[in-house]
Design a protein around this ligand. Structure first.
Ligand code: AMP
Length: 193
C-alpha cells in the first residue's frame, strides 16, 4: 500500500495529534517539520538555532533551510512506502520542491487533507497548549502571526491540490477520535492497494 500524504490545516487544528494517529493506522512515519526544527534547536545544532530565529516570531523558516531537511528525511528507508507530512509544504515554492523530490523517485502524493477549524477555535486551543506544553511560539502575538501566514501563504495550496484532484477537506472540530474517523474515511479513496 502506498500512502503519501500531506496534512494541512491552520496552527492548532490538531494536525500533530491526528498525524500520529494516522501514521499508526497506516503504518507509515509522520514527518513534522516543526518537530524537526524543535529537535534540532534542542540539540543545539546550527540549523535548529537558525530556524529558531524564525519559529520564535511565527515566521516561516526560509525554504533554503526547510527543503533540504525534508528531502533528507524523505530519503530515509522508513519513508519509502509512504509518509504523512505534517506542516510541509507551507508555501507554493515548497509545493514545487516536494514535487521534485517525489518525481526523482518516480512517486507522487496520493492525497492532501485540509483540516478545517475556525480561527477563534484555533486561537483558544493554542493558548491552552501554551499552558500545557510551554511552546515558545504559543503566545498571542506569535499565534496571530502564524495564523496570518497560514492564511496568506499556506491556504492557497489547497487550490493547487484541488486542481490535481487529490484534496480532501475534513471538519477538524469535534472529539479527537471522531476527527480521526473522518480523516481515515477521507483518505481511504485515495490510497492505492
Ligand atoms: P508547527 O509545529 O508545524 O506549528 O511549526 C512550528 C514552526 O516551525 C512554524 O511556525 C514555522 O516557523 C516553522 N515551520 C514548520 N514547518 C515549516 C515549513 N514547512 N516551512 C517553513 N517554516 C516551517
Amino acid at each position: 500500500m502506498s500512502m503519501r500524504m500531506v496534512l494541512m490545516g491552520p496552527p492548532g487544528a490538531g494536525k500533530g495529534t491526528q498525524a500520529l494517529r494516522l501514521a499508526a493506522r497506516f503504518g507509515v512515519p509522520t514527518i513534522s517539520t516543526g518537530d524537526l526544527f524543535r529537535a534540532s534547536a534542542a540539540a543545539g545544532e546550527a540549523l535548529g538555532l537558525k530556524a529558531a530565529e524564525y519559529t520564535s516570531k511565527g515566521r516561516l523558516v526560509p525554504d533554503e533551510l526547510t527543503d533540504p531537511l525534508v528531502a533528507e528525511r524523505l530519503a530515509q528507508p522508513d519513508a519509502a512506502q509512504g509518509f504523512i507530512l505534517d506542516g510541509y509544504p507551507r508555501n507554493l515554492a515548497q509545493v514545487d520542491a516536494l514535487d521534485e523530490v517525489l518525481a526523482a523517485r518516480d512517486t507522487e502524493l496520493d492525497v492532501v487533507i485540509e483540516m478545517d477549524v475556525a480561527p477563534e477555535v484555533v486561537l483558544e486551543r493554542l493558548l491552552a497548549r501554551a499552558t500545557a506544553e510551554g511552546r515558545a511560539d504559543d503566545v498571542v502575538d506569535v499565534i496571530r502571526e502564524r495564523i496570518a501566514i497560514y492564511t496568506r501563504e499556506t491556504e492557497p495550496l489547497a487550490e493547487v491540490y484541488v486542481s490535481r484532484g487529490i484534496l480532501a477537506q475534513v471538519d477538524g472540530l469535534g472529539e479527537v477520535d471522531e476527527v480521526t474517523d473522518r480523516l481515515v474515511s477521507a483518505v481511504e479513496p485515495f490510497v492505492a492497494d
